[in-house]
Ligand binder design. Structure first.
Ligand SMILES: [Fe+2]
Ligand SMILES: [Fe+2]
Length: 348
């Protein structure tokens, strides 16, 4: 029987509606089942040697229902929302807001529930060294940090240790005590008008033992022929833009000694990437800087505070280059203004 015009129009409408529905369904299915669509596939998956998620300044507090915990929850979900699980997740200091046990507990719960990256690499920050009331109880903060390190698989009694991410050496440095209060005894501070509280609450103290440790592990690690990642919460004093951004945002008295050790191994042919946090500036504000021959420094935004939270970097290591791409893990978007490449073969 021949269809009337009305029946024909009805059939067309029905078909159009069905197509409309289909357009929605495959997209939803893709988002649900094919994580790579929203994830962060490496530039060259077959050649990728190591992928590290670089974050800082989580400032976890003890309240699991506050909005700030939700920011971290969504950021971690975004980090986990990818098909290829990264090799490591670096937290470049200020893990907690005020070094309390409940804050570490909250962080452990967050990572247990929302993080899929198997290896977490924590760095001690100034907020992990003391309580918000500035009570000088460094030992308490250090013990909590070391307990957390043990949870992550590093058996250390110090705020410094060495590990690796898929064969790439990772050296962690951190402030050791509140000796900076004795600034009148140290010539470095003599001509600078920092107050005691500016130094005590923000900068780091790196002891001679820690400097020896750095020299020793750099010597051993440089034999592997791969770039070495060094992380300390505070940026090196010489990092351009840091003092202009925040005059207390520097490592402090021992910065030059740390940099001299790093430069020694960089001059001998090892590419070194020094990663800090502490400044809470947006990705790309300071970004990646070359401080010397083969010595690079990157400052990382706060995953909690900067631009509403969720910002960090994806570090991809290849045989011939390191690539650092800024990403908002909550929005699932690359930050185009923060895309840096270190071409290893072009360095001399
Ligand atoms: Fe911070
Ligand atoms: Fe900090």
């Amino acid at each position: 029987m021949k269809k009337t015009e009305e029946q024909k129009q009805k059939a067309i409408k029905k078909r159009k509606n069905r197509l409309k529905t289909m357009k929605v369904v495959p997209g939803a299915l893709k988002r649900r089942f094919f994580r790579s669509e929203r994830g962060y596939l490496p530039e060259r998956p077959e050649q990728l040697k190591m992928q590290m998620i670089v974050t800082a300044d989580w400032h976890t507090d003890g309240d699991i229902v506050r909005d700030r915990t939700d920011v971290l929850r969504r950021a971690l979900a975004g980090i986990s929302d990818t098909r290829r699980v990264p090799d490591a997740l670096l937290i470049a200091g200020d893990l907690t807001n005020s070094a309390h046990l409940c804050e570490y507990d909250n962080m452990k719960q967050l990572t247990a529930w929302y993080n899929r990256v198997p290896k977490i690499i924590p760095v001690i920050g100034n907020h992990d060294c003391r309580f918000t009331d500035m009570e000088p109880r460094y030992e308490v903060g250090l013990n909590l940090f070391c307990d957390y390190c043990r949870d992550c698989g590093y058996n250390t009694n110090y705020p410094y240790y060495v590990t690796e991410a898929n064969g790439y050496p990772v050296v962690i440095l951190g402030s050791e005590n509140l000796r900076a209060l004795n600034r009148h005894l140290t010539p470095w501070f003599a001509d600078k008008n920092f107050t005691d509280s500016e130094i005590l609450n923000n900068m780091a103290y790196i002891s001679p033992d820690q400097l020896n440790f750095l020299d020793r592990v750099m010597a051993a690690a440089s034999h592997c022929g791969k770039p070495i990642i060094v992380s300390c919460h505070q940026p090196l004093n010489t990092m351009p833009g840091v003092m202009e951004n925040w005059r207390c945002g520097i490592l402090g008295e021992q910065s030059d000694a740390v940099q001299a050790i790093l430069q020694k191994y960089a001059d001998a042919g090892t590419t070194i990437l020094y990663i800090s946090g502490h400044l809470h500036t947006a990705v790309g504000t300071i970004g990646l800087q070359q401080l010397g021959n083969r010595l690079f420094a990157l400052d990382v935004p706060s995953m909690e505070y900067t631009n509403g939270g969720g910002e960090g970097y994806v570090l991809e290591a290849y045989e011939d280059k390191l690539r650092l791409r800024g990403r908002n893990f909550i929005d699932g978007e690359w930050l185009q203004h923060a895309d840096f490449t270190i071409l290893l073969d072009a360095l001399h």
